[in-house]
Design a binder for this molecule. Structure first.
Ligand code: PMT
Length: 399
């Protein structure tokens, strides 16, 4: 069921080859019940004619910031006020940079500043550009400013290369815009994310490569679906998603304490964090001095936060874990599902640049009776797919 009925969607098209998919996007949005107006940058018009968008949207296409005709009717402020949703698709690296830095020298950039509508940015670019540091940092800035990224997808690109950077399909954009804000309304979730750091001495720690991105994307998607979310984050460098309450911790034991302080009354718990299984038995009071001798260190097991939550007297009705495996993914995940008495487990292959500290991932999700395969895609999209699986299994709160 789509819930775009009577939503006012302003579609901003920028100059990328994926602009050829936008007439189809407009059609799908209108099929889902949305009213659609289109804004094009000058570069977008090199890829697709405004007349095509005018025909499919049923309205004049806007492109000029200073347009006497438009100012008399739908000027940029009116358009900004009109919209419930601003979707920028495709969003080029250039458009993302401009949005991230608040430019206001063309109609689309100005609208993005002037609107109070939710802004969704749908990136499309060459895979090397997508992986570049400036684009990564600009995207982080967009998210910190409250805009959401939809995609990109992986696959064959217009430039002939294969990798992440393709615009997601019109159907996926429509699904992401569809109003799911009440899907998990009334539910509260506790989510862990990121690594833990286990101190060796005042300046050193044992840690791992988790960036926290998967857990933060899941927290954001749960909040988008209407849930109240308490995010317990290990040491990461990420902005708190809108509507999420965050507690920062360093070690596994601190993470356990923060989770336990929040678990009473929670409806769901999702352990995405890469919690260190072991910690040094003792922490040196002073920096350990270098010597020519080998250094032996005794490690002791950390508490298993997920297992503790699962057997807690106030166990949430849904407890979900992740499994990071380098082999035998399905078998290992099923074993963890049973051993820790979980309702769901999402398993990913790790190592060789997979899953940890990257923007994309693929997940195999298991319950005792079902299996879902979520192919390689942006972690933000994966998180939304996980929310659909989670929501199916949550008892209704009524209302
Ligand atoms: O943070 P990113 O860079 O985005 O990367 C995402 C991720 C790879 C970290 C994520 O997708 C993931 O796989 N998270 C789980 C990592 C992990 O520790 O897996 P595991 O198989 O060792 O642990 C199984 C489950 O037990 C996990 O839910 C973990 O949170 C939990 N656990 C583990 C040990 C422990 N002491 N306490 C726990 O709660």
């Amino acid at each position: 069921m789509t819930t775009l009925a009577d939503k006012k969607v302003l579609l901003g098209i920028t100059g990328g080859i994926a602009a050829y998919k936008t007439p189809e996007l407009v059609r799908r949005l209108r099929d889902a019940g949305a009213q659609v107006r289109v804004v094009m940058t000058p570069a977008a018009q090199a890829f697709i004619a405004p007349l095509t968008l005018q025909a499919v949207s049923g309205h004049r296409v806007h492109s000029e910031l200073l347009d006497a005709e438009a100012e008399a009717g739908m000027g940029h402020i009116e358009l900004a006020r009109w919209a419930d949703e601003l979707v920028i698709a495709p969003a080029t690296a250039h458009a993302i940079a401009r949005l991230a830095h608040g430019f206001a020298d063309d109609l689309l950039a100005t609208l993005a500043l002037a609107t109070e509508a939710r802004i969704s940015v749908v990136p499309a670019m060459n895979r090397v550009m997508w992986a570049s540091r400036p684009v990564t940092e600009n995207c982080q800035r967009l998210e910190a400013l409250g805009m959401r990224l939809l995609g990109p997808a992986s696959g064959e690109q217009a430039c002939g290369e294969v990798g992440a950077g393709r615009m997601i399909e019109p159907d996926q954009i429509v699904a992401a815009l569809s109003d799911k804000t009440d899907l998990l309304a009334g539910h509260r979730f506790v989510v862990t994310a990121g690594p833990t750091h286990e101190a060796l001495d005042p300046v050193r720690f044992l840690g791992n490569r988790s960036s926290g991105r998967m857990g933060f994307c899941l927290a954001a998607a749960l909040a988008e679906a209407g849930a109240r979310v308490d995010l317990v984050a290990g040491p990461v460098n990420l902005a708190t998603p809108p509507g999420v309450s965050r507690c920062d911790v360093q070690s596994a034991r601190e993470m356990l304490a923060a989770v336990m302080a929040r678990i009473e009354g929670a409806d769901g718990f999702v352990g995405v964090a890469a919690v260190a299984d072991y910690r040094p038995e003792s922490v040196a009071d002073h920096k350990i001095k270098k010597s020519d001798e080998a250094l032996a260190m005794r490690l002791v097991p950390n508490p298993d936060i997920l297992a503790e939550v699962s057997k807690h007297p106030a166990r949430p009705s849904l407890v979900m874990g992740f499994a990071a495996e380098t082999r035998d993914l399905a078998e290992a995940a099923r074993q963890k599902l049973a051993r820790k008495q979980l309702d769901l487990i999402a398993a990913n292959l790790v190592g060789d640049g997979l899953a940890f500290d990257c923007k994309e991932n693929a997940l195999e999700v298991f319950s005792t009776e079902r299996h879902w395969s979520l192919p390689q895609q942006a972690k933000s999209m994966l998180a939304r797919a996980l929310v659909d699986i989670i929501a199916e299994r949550m008892p209704s709160k009524g209302g």
